[in-house]
Design a protein around this ligand. Structure first.
Ligand SMILES: NC(=O)c1ccc[n+]([C@@H]2O[C@H](COP(=O)([O-])OP(=O)(O)OC[C@H]3O[C@@H](n4cnc5c(N)ncnc54)[C@H](O)[C@@H]3O)[C@@H](O)[C@H]2O)c1
Length: 244
């Protein structure tokens, strides 16, 4: 029996890696993408093949570049006959004062985080539309809904744009492709490991549940959005921040 197929971008570590394992557990064949860390990507692929009864491939690509997205699509199509789920998880963040941030750095974050989601949704979504079936799940952030620290102004703007892409692609690929977004608050990942301890403590105090989310808790929600049970939620943004 052929499995359904899921692509997860930015999946060598952190939330993307957890999403790969969750979807593999759900029975999807997995395309593990990242732009760096081939060894880590290979490890994720191996872990999936060793622990779940599905196939996995790693595809190194910077998905904010059109030529690389098209190559990824060719590889995926040569290996699998269809794509059922796309998780746009890849993103970068680099906090600094607005005064210090160059225009190039600002533009780079926007290009990396927004263009990647746009290109992947455009090309993979088109395949899904033609197959009359698919789910696109965009990982945004509560930073895209509110301002907390202007030191991440570029990241915040990129995550707000991801929400807008969610609305537009839900409309573009209706009625066959459901496009939704998750906006997590703080998650316990590598991305936050370098933050000052004091800041982590202050932020933890503001969360009703008094802890950052674990990656599995966010991945479980991706699993729901990808599943057939989720058949009427579309163009939506779900905040997953433990109360804040
Ligand atoms: N960690 C948090 O607190 C938090 C909170 C809210 C939202 N998020 C979002 O969750 C997602 C995952 O975050 P994480 O904490 O696991 O981050 P992470 O830095 O651990 O992982 C992100 C991965 O994406 C990859 N990547 C970035 N740009 C790429 C591109 N153009 N092409 C291919 N790969 C690319 C990176 O190499 C990295 O491996 C991101 O979208 C992030 O914005 C994280």
């Amino acid at each position: 029996m052929k499995h359904r197929v899921a692509i997860v971008t930015g999946a060598r570590r952190g939330l993307g890696e957890a999403i790969c394992y969750q979807l593999a557990k759900d029975g999807y064949d997995i395309v593990v993408n990242d732009m760096v860390g081939k060894e880590q990507v290979d490890k994720v692929v191996k872990y999936i093949e060793d622990n779940y009864s599905v196939s996995a491939i790693g595809v190194m690509a910077d998905v904010s570049h059109e030529d690389q997205v098209l190559k990824l699509l060719d590889i995926v199509k040569s290996r699998f006959s269809r794509v059922d789920v796309l998780v746009n998880n890849a993103a970068i963040v680099e906090d600094m004062e607005i005064e210090e941030r160059s225009t190039d750095l600002f533009n780079n974050t926007i290009r990396n985080n927004v263009t990647s989601t746009y290109l992947m949704s455009k090309y993979i979504g088109r395949e899904m539309f033609q197959n009359k079936h698919g789910k696109i799940i965009n990982i945004s952030s509560t930073n895209g809904m509110n301002a907390f620290f202007p030191t991440s102004i570029d990241y915040d703007a990129s995550k707000a744009a991801v929400i807008s892409l969610t609305h537009n692609f839900a409309l573009e690929y209706a009625p066959y492709v459901l496009v939704n977004s998750i906006a997590p608050g703080w998650i316990n990942t590598e991305m936050n490991k370098q933050l000052p301890e004091e800041l982590i403590k202050e932020e933890t105090d503001k969360i009703y549940l008094k802890r950052f989310a674990e990656v599995d808790e966010v991945a479980a929600f991706v699993s729901f959005l990808a599943s057939d049970v989720c058949s009427y939620l579309n163009g939506e943004v779900i905040k997953l921040d433990g109360g804040y």
